[in-house]
Structures are given as structure tokens and as C-alpha cells.
Design a protein around this ligand. Structure first.
Ligand code: DOR
Ligand code: ZN
Length: 344
């Protein structure tokens, strides 16, 4: 059993860094672990054009310590009105790494999202032509569909037809939570990949109701039954290049989570790598963590692998019950691996 684990520096292929005070509070936790991160555009108002993305990128860099070595990779929030030429221009200028499809009303700040994928058909054709990845929040919003089925139904109704119509479009199905998603991604061609969060490796839907309602375990897509958690774990540790790290760290002010209508999102940034290491360790798959965290993502995005390294030590790390006024994932638990990095 190794007592330390040195990995090529990883990237986070899905994170919410927010803006303003919250950005300043949370971004250093991501930057101390990850060399790059795909930054979600669901601000209010959303990041729908190149100028907004450039300004946001500058605010992110300004929120970090001077010596941080971190590159935010920006994304464009797709709407029914997205102009394919502007999208392509943003990609060509190196501002937009990818574009994000939020089905309208699927999650936080998605009211301006896409009401029907037919409305973004020209943008998707353009992305396919220029090799710009599409990132997908894969849940239908149909109120008739059970909350716990929304990902599987999205695959059948939206994703499978989209892949048939645009087979060369590179797609990341974000934060997968179901056996159906894991199987669908695994059996699809090389243009479909998926990110996996630490929380979906650790919790099933019981965590939402452990002794009472648990708002800090609520995120979207919501955690599913145990068999789904196990299928997502198996995908993460499978060694398949189609699965890679994306924390979906999604901080919300404490009072907006502990509310009669609590916000969706789990703030996992402070101990994200430790959390993934714990899950891989439990699966006897620590030897596969580096590929999942540091190789599969950049290869899918066509970006270089990072040069530096990070080291984890087999040592208990106590997660506090509050960080920057927020309740972190694993609050009050002790994790078995500690990241060697400057403390915050
Ligand atoms: O739990 C979530 N929180 N899921 C999402 O899709 C969005 C995110 C957020 O921005 O809060
Ligand atoms: Zn997200």
C-alpha cells in the first residue's frame, strides 16, 4: 500500500466559480489543486458572449493569489438566440473552449437556457464543423417525468438523436449519475465522454434524507439509488478514456441552501482531490486515478497534459463543518488522503 501518490497535475473539467465575493472565496480552492478548469457560464446574467467571457476570465484571475498557476477555460452559455458566427469567433479567438447546453429551467440560472435543441441546430452544426465541444446538462425538464428519471429520459429523447444527427460533434455529458448514462457513454463512439463528480461517487439518494432533510447533499442531477452510484464508480475507475474528473463544485450561500426552497449544488472544491482519492482507494484503483484526473480530460479536449505534479499523502484530513461561511462536501468527516499544497 503506497503512503503517497504523486500525480501529474490534474484539471477540473466542470466547476462553478461564481462571481464577486463568492468567486474570491472559492476560486483559490480550485486553483491550488487544478492547473485548469472548465468554468461554467451560469452566472446571472449568463455568459453568452465573448466580451462577457473575457471580463469574467479577468475577474477570476484577479480573485487568485499572484503566484497561482491556474488557467480558467471559459464556456459559452447557449440560448435559443445564440449566433453561430459569434460562437465560432469566440472559439477562434481562444476565449470559448466549449459551449454549454442547459435545458431551460433544468437547474441554477438556467431560465435563459435552450427551450428546444432544434433552436440551436445551426450552432451545433457549426460546433461540429469547427471541433468545438458541447457540454450538456443531461436532464429533461418535463414535469411529468420523475426527478430520478430525468437523466435517463434525456439520453433517450435528446442525446441519442443528437448523436445520430451530428455524429462528429464532440459531446461531454456532464456529471453523470445513472447506470444508464455510464453504459450509454461507454458504448458510444469516441466523440462522447462524461465527467464524474466526487459526490456522485460517494453518496446515493439516502444521503438526502439521513435523519431529516439534508440540503447540503442536494445537487442536480440529484443523487440516485445505490446501484447507480456503483455503476458511476465502476465507470470512473474503469480506465476508459471516456470518463474524467469534473467536480461540479457549486457553492451557494448557506441560507440559500438551508431554506424552504433550497438551491441545488454541493461545494466540494476544498477537498475535491482527497475525495476522489478516497473513492478510488475504496475501489482498489488508486493506480487509475492519475489517468482519470489528469489525462483523459485533456486528451478529449485536444489540450496538452499538464507538466507539474501534485502529491497526496495517506494521512487523515479532517474536513471542517464550515469553510468561507459555506458547508463543504464531507463536512465533519475525516478523509484518508491529504493533498500536499499550500494551505488556504
Ligand atoms: O447542483 C447543481 N448546481 N447542478 C447544476 O447543474 C448547477 C449547479 C449550480 O450552478 O448551482
Ligand atoms: Zn455544474
Amino acid at each position: 500500500m503506497p503512503d503517497s501518490l504523486t500525480l501529474r497535475r490534474p484539471d477540473d473539467w466542470h466547476v462553478h466559480l461564481r462571481d464577486g465575493d463568492m468567486l474570491r472565496a472559492v476560486a483559490p480552492y480550485t486553483a491550488r489543486q487544478f492547473a485548469r478548469a472548465i468554468v461554467m457560464p451560469n452566472l446571472a446574467p449568463p455568459v453568452t458572449d465573448v466580451e462577457a467571457a473575457i471580463a469574467y476570465r479577468e475577474r477570476i484571475i484577479a480573485a487568485l493569489p499572484e503566484d497561482a498557476e491556474f488557467t480558467p477555460l471559459m464556456t459559452c452559455y447557449l440560448t435559443d438566440a445564440t449566433d453561430p458566427d459569434r460562437l465560432a469567433e469566440g472559439h477562434a479567438r481562444g476565449v470559448f473552449t466549449a459551449a454549454k447546453l442547459y435545458p431551460a429551467h433544468a437547474t441554477t440560472n438556467s431560465a435563459e437556457g435552450v427551450t428546444d435543441v432544434a433552436n440551436i441546430r445551426a450552432a451545433l452544426e457549426c460546433m461540429q464543423a469547427i471541433g468545438m465541444p458541447l457540454l450538456v446538462h443531461g436532464e429533461v425538464t418535463d414535469p411529468e417525468i420523475d426527478m430520478f428519471d430525468r437523466e435517463a429520459v434525456f439520453i433517450d429523447r435528446i442525446l441519442a438523436p443528437l448523436i445520430r444527427d451530428l455524429p462528429d460533434l464532440r459531446i461531454v455529458l456532464e456529471h453523470i449519475t445513472t447506470a444508464e448514462a455510464a453504459a450509454f457513454v461507454a458504448q458510444s463512439g469516441p466523440n462522447l465522454a462524461a465527467t464524474i463528480t466526487p459526490h456522485h461517487l460517494h453518496i446515493n439518494r439516502n444521503a438526502l434524507f439521513a435523519g431529516g432533510i439534508r440540503p447540503h447533499a442536494y445537487c442536480l442531477p440529484v443523487a440516485k439509488r445505490e446501484r447507480h452510484r456503483l455503476a458511476v464508480r465502476a465507470a470512473a475507475v474503469s480506465g476508459s478514456p471516456k470518463f474524467f474528473l469534473g467536480t461540479d463544485s457549486a457553492p451557494h450561500a448557506r441560507e440559500t441552501k438551508e431554506s424552504a426552497c433550497g438551491c441545488a449544488g454541493i461545494f466540494n472544491a476544498p477537498f475535491a482531490l482527497e475525495s476522489y482519492a478516497a473513492a478510488f482507494d475504496e475501489e482498489g484503483a488508486l493506480d487509475r486515478l492519475e489517468a482519470f484526473a489528469s489525462e483523459h480530460g485533456p486528451r478529449f479536449y485536444g489540450l496538452p497534459l499538464n507538466e507539474g505534479t501534485v502529491t497526496l499523502r495517506r494521512e487523515g484530513v479532517a474536513v471542517p463543518n464550515e469553510i468561507a461561511g459555506l458547508v463543504p462536501f464531507h463536512a465533519n468527516e475525516t478523509l484518508g488522503w491529504r493533498l500536499e499544497a499550500f494551505p488556504l
